[in-house]
Each structure stands twice: as C-alpha cells, then as structure tokens.
Design a protein around this ligand. Structure first.
Ligand code: GDP
Length: 349
C-alpha cells in the first residue's frame, strides 16, 4: 500500500483511541455487514425457500402447513460479522379442539418458557383425526418427531438438481441437532438455513421445535416458547422513540460473543433481554453513551450470571440462563468479570 502508515503505526494509533472510539470503529469495520453481502445472502435463502414451497405443495399437498417464511437477524438487520445464517419458519396448523398447550411451570418439569402440547378429545376424535397425530408421543405432540418428519422429507429432495438450477451447492448438514441446510452461494460464502417448525397457539403464543438443551428424556416433549419477534420489536421501538443506539449496542455485544470462543454460549435473546432490562434503568442511549452502556451491559451480565438467572423482560418467570450448566455460568461470568477492567480485550477481530 505504498508509503502509508504501517500496520504497527495503525495499531499504535488504535491503542490511543478511547473505548468509545474503539467500539465505534469495531462496529463499523467488524460488526456491521455490508448491505451487498446481506442482500446476496437473503436472496440465496429466498431462492431455496421458494423451491421448498414448490416441492412440499407437490409432494405433500395435505400436510397442514401455513406458508413457510424466512426470519432471523438477517432479516432484521441484526446479523453481525458475516451474513451466514437464517431460519426457515415452518408453521404447522393444529386443530383448535384437538390440541391444547400447557405451560411448563404447570408440569412436573416446572420449566417456565417451555410448553407441552397435549392431544385432546381422543375419545371422540380417535388417533389420526389430526394429521399431526403421527407425531404424538405419550399423548403429546413431540417436537422431536415433527423434526423427524421434515428430516425424512429433506432427505428425499434432490438437492444437487435444485442446486444446479439455482447455481448453489446445497446439502443437508448431518448430523445436526437441528435440521439444517448448508448453502454455498459463492465460492467463499456459505449460509446455513435452519428449519424451525412453529406452532402459533390461540392466544398468540409462539412455540418452536427447538429442544431444551439439557434435554433429559423427560424434556423431550417440550416446545420452546419464542419471544424473538416481541423482544426485537420492543428494542427497535425504544430506539425509535429516542433515536437511541440500543440495537448498535446489541450488535457489538453479539459480535463480541461470536468472536470470543469463551463467550459463544451467550445468544441473541439473552443479550437482547439484558439490554431491555438495562433500558428500564438507563435513560441515555445516545451514540456518545455507547461505551458507557456497553460496560453497563457487561456489568449487568456478570450480575445475572452470579445469580444464575436472567429474567426474560417479556415474561420474568422465564430464566434465560436455565439451559447453561453451572460450569458454563462460571466461565462466562469469569470472562466477563475480567473484561470489566480491560474491555478492549473483547474487541478481537
Ligand atoms: P443470531 O442468530 O445470533 O443472529 O440471532 P437471531 O436473532 O437471528 O436468532 C436466531 C436464534 O433464535 C436461532 O437459534 C433460533 O433457533 C432462535 N429463535 C427463537 N425464536 C425464533 C423466531 O421466532 N425466529 C427465528 N428466526 N429464530 C428464533
């Protein structure tokens, strides 16, 4: 690059910057994904979604589904670092009179945030009155069994043929705990698309077929309540009210957790909720307050980890740390605690 500043000059210059400047620099160069890259990734996911719709309509016209759609951070401008994943939502249609949902806290498992979906009226509407009875286990709709239905289906699709039409390389990822397609849409760009079967109950509760992480056998029938749509909307609305940088702060935090192996276990939902809770105490979310708020966030997370409990802002009984092991809680807490004195160390690139 000619006689410009050397790498080490740049490095030294960067070290002199304040945390605020460092964070903003990190945000612009490492966190935020160029619009073009996002657009290409979205298009690849959309092409595949369209193919799958055609395939499912043709092959299984009587499977009661609403239209599949794509969702996730890639569609909310909340994805960070690389545009590399999306969720394909597959909404199942359940007959209202045949299925009911039972909150996890009312079951012997006592896990708020998870639900059982029970088959009702079997005496009047015997087995196979509902299409989804084939996924019934012990009287409950089994998310695992639902996933298996789609897993089998995906196995029967001729992906190389579809891929060559679309000019992508598509392959199902095996083994995978979720059902995932890997799409290579450019030589050096890959996208993973997760199938996420979804139930929308009568009261609007969204349940997804994503197993409890510490799934002992007795957890196997549990559906996970999803707060993603509501929590993301609330965060965005708060930013819109005051022109705040909460979403930017979230993206920085997500990138930090994505790039630091020791923090991989923290996910978007936990970080979003920690920021929502912080917003209840902290009024100033201007650009200038980004570093302050980022540090406050780290501090708050350390506190929640110490307590072993991060309440969901939309449903405080739900503990968003309930799927972490004690050891993971300790390690996360330790890493973040150390970062409080040297937060720059988190901004690895
Ligand atoms: P990111 O993947 O960290 O960028 O975060 P997202 O906000 O895109 O969240 C995706 C994760 O949330 C995945 O692990 C999903 O399984 C999970 N999830 C829970 N509920 C939903 C939902 O309603 N839509 C999507 N797309 N993902 C959800």
């Amino acid at each position: 690059k000619g006689s410009g500043p050397t790498q080490s000059d740049l490095l030294r210059a960067r070290m002199r910057l304040s945390l605020q400047e460092r964070l903003w620099d990190f945000y612009q160069h490492d966190v935020d994904i160029p619009a073009e890259e996002q657009a290409v990734a979205r298009k690849a996911a959309l092409d595949i979604c369209a193919e799958l719709r055609v395939f499912l309509h043709a092959k299984l016209p009587d499977m009661p589904l609403r239209e599949m759609y794509l969702s996730g951070s890639l569609y909310d401008d909340l994805q960070v670092v690389t545009a590399d994943h999306a969720q394909l939502m597959v909404p199942l249609i359940l007959e209202k009179n045949l299925w009911s949902s039972i909150p996890g806290e009312d079951t012997i498992m006592n896990v708020p945030g998870f639900w059982l979906v029970r088959r009702e009226n079997l005496e009047y509407f015997p087995r196979n009155s509902s299409y989804w009875d084939r996924c019934m286990v012990g009287g409950y709709l089994s998310p695992k069994s639902v996933l298996e239905v789609f897993d089998k289906l995906v196995g029967t699709i001729n992906w190389p043929a579809i891929g060559s039409v679309l000019d992508y390389v598509i392959r199902p990822v095996v083994p995978s705990e979720t059902l995932t397609l890997e799409v290579q849409y450019e030589t050096d760009r890959k996208l993973s698309v997760d199938f996420l079967p979804l139930l929308v109950m009568e009261d609007g509760t969204s349940l997804i077929a994503k197993p409890h992480r510490l799934a002992a056998e007795r957890h196997e029938n549990l559906w996970r309540q999803s707060f993603r749509v509501a929590e993301t909307a609330r965060l965005r609305a708060l930013d819109q009210e005051d022109g705040g940088y909460r979403c930017a702060c979230l993206k920085v935090a997500k990138a930090v957790c994505k790039l630091n192996p020791a923090l991989n276990r923290l996910n978007a939902s936990q970080l979003t909720n920690a920021i929502l809770l912080l917003s209840e105490k902290q009024a100033n979310w201007t650009h200038e307050a980004l570093a302050d708020n980022f540090l406050q966030l780290v501090k708050a997370l350390v506190g929640y980890l110490e307590a072993g409990r991060l309440p969901c802002a939309l449903s405080p009984r739900v503990n968003l740390f309930c799927e972490l092991t004690e050891q993971e809680v300790d390690e996360l807490g330790y890493t973040l605690y150390c970062a409080l004195s040297e937060p720059e160390l988190l901004l690895v690139t």
